[in-house]
Design a protein around this ligand. Structure first.
Ligand code: PLP
Length: 396
């Protein structure tokens, strides 16, 4: 590959050796469990480098490998591994970094199931302790470090409120204390944020969001140094077994070809929608790092080269029936969880929180009934704004 290739060119052609598949412009799906060898010597040699040799599809699969190589290159890492889901990747990465009785420092607003994994499941099963911090100040991390702290778990921008952590400074601190760092980089995608270049050890993605981008694949990714990833491959990957299906990886290869273009389009639409919402009389606040008014906009600008399409806002309405009328009036924004696909989506966090929390706990978390999360898709921005405008006008 040409070292001067820009990302858009690289993501299309990198790691594709078309001569191997009769020039087929799209590499095939290797839909097989095992790989056969000519003789004793050949399979014997394969086991000498089993991480990098196709032997059995719970290890290396050549079609999956192409996509992993593209993603590693794109994120600026040495090696990547795809998983069956973002959660499979998170579980593997966390387990790689900790042992029973260790301490983790994590951001308060990390993805819900990741929070449950470390603060409930691993606590119960392995006595792992976690200290949650807002993540807004490096000193919080310094103050939370204990002798058994082995991992700092970041998500920047974070879930729900999109708060930003100073990735570089936190990584300098972590390295000086021999603490590993993981970042969930799903929001920014590898297009807009390069955490490995800022010193993070392991970068994680839910590929079910922007990397997939078509709302048809659930998958996860870890990128890092060859040393870390090889250790994950022989331990957490092969033993927990959360491998990606060959066809899912192949669909991701399809998605990667448009990832830079899609992110640019998500950003353009999202800025227009965020500015419209911010100026609207029925909207109290918009949480979107790309807005000038976002409290951490300067830090966001410093460490990201762009902004994706997920944001939240608070309606100026407290009456549930009015909030529901707004929600149910939308035509283009579809109602559903998840995000990062081509289609615009809306979700109200109160719907799931109220199933688990009392109204008092709910208030204490600072969430309200009128909190809305939208994923701005690839439709026409004027249509999206028109849709929101009609729905907002139903609020008295
Ligand atoms: C969706 C999501 C995950 C989990 O990914 P799955 O592919 O659904 O397992 C992790 N982190 C963030 C920020 C997410 O939004």
């Amino acid at each position: 590959m040409n070292k001067n290739w820009k990302p858009e060119t690289m993501i299309s052609h990198f790691a594709e050796d078309r001569q191997k598949y009769e020039g087929a412009v799209v590499p095939p799906i290797f839909q097989n469990t095992l790989f056969t060898f000519e003789n004793w010597e050949a399979i014997d040699a394969a086991f000498d480098d089993r991480i990098n040799t196709a032997i059995y599809s719970r290890g290396k699969n050549p079609g999956v490998d192409i996509v992993e190589k593209k993603l590693a290159q794109f994120a600026g890492g040495e090696k990547a591994r795809l998983f069956a889901s973002g959660m499979a990747a998170i579980t593997a990465a966390v387990m790689h970094c900790i042992s029973a009785g260790d301490h983790i420092i994590a951001i308060k607003n990390i993805y819900g199931p990741a929070n449950n994994l470390i603060s409930v499941y691993l606590k119960k099963k392995m006595g792992v302790e976690t200290t949650f911090v807002s993540g807004n100040d490096v000193e919080e991390f310094r103050n939370a470090i204990k002798p058994n702290t082995k991992l700092i778990y970041l998500e920047s921008p974070s879930s729900a409120i999109f708060s930003i952590q100073d990735i570089k400074s936190i990584c300098i601190l972590a390295k000086s204390r021999d603490i590993k760092t993981i970042i969930d980089n799903t929001w920014a995608s590898p297009v807009f944020q390069k955490p490995l270049e800022m010193g993070v050890d392991l970068e994680i993605h839910s590929c079910s969001k922007y990397i997939g981008g078509h709302s048809d694949v659930v998958a996860g990714l870890i990128v890092g140094s060859a040393k870390e990833i090889d250790s994950i491959i022989v331990n957490e990957f092969e033993l927990l077994g959360g491998k990606i299906a060959p066809i899912e990886a192949w669909l991701l290869m399809r998605s990667l070809r448009t990832l830079p273009l899609r992110m640019k389009a998500h950003q353009e639409n999202a800025i227009k929608v965020a500015e419209f919402l911010e100026a609207h009389a029925k909207v109290a606040v918009v949480n979107y790092p790309g807005l000038q008014s976002f409290p951490q906009h300067q830090l966001a600008k410093k460490q990201m080269s762009g902004y994706s399409g997920l944001m939240s806002f608070k309606l100026k309405a407290s009456d549930l029936s009015q909030i529901k009328t707004f929600f149910n009036s939308l035509q283009i924004f579809k109602i559903g969880v998840s995000w990062g696909g081509h289609e615009s989506l809306i979700y109200a966090p109160a719907i799931s929180y109220l199933k688990e929390l009392s109204p008092e706990q709910f208030d204490r978390l600072g969430i309200s009934l009128g909190d809305m999360r939208i994923s701005v898709g690839l439709e026409n921005a004027d249509d999206l704004i028109g849709d929101l405008s009609l729905a907002l006008n139903t609020i008295k």
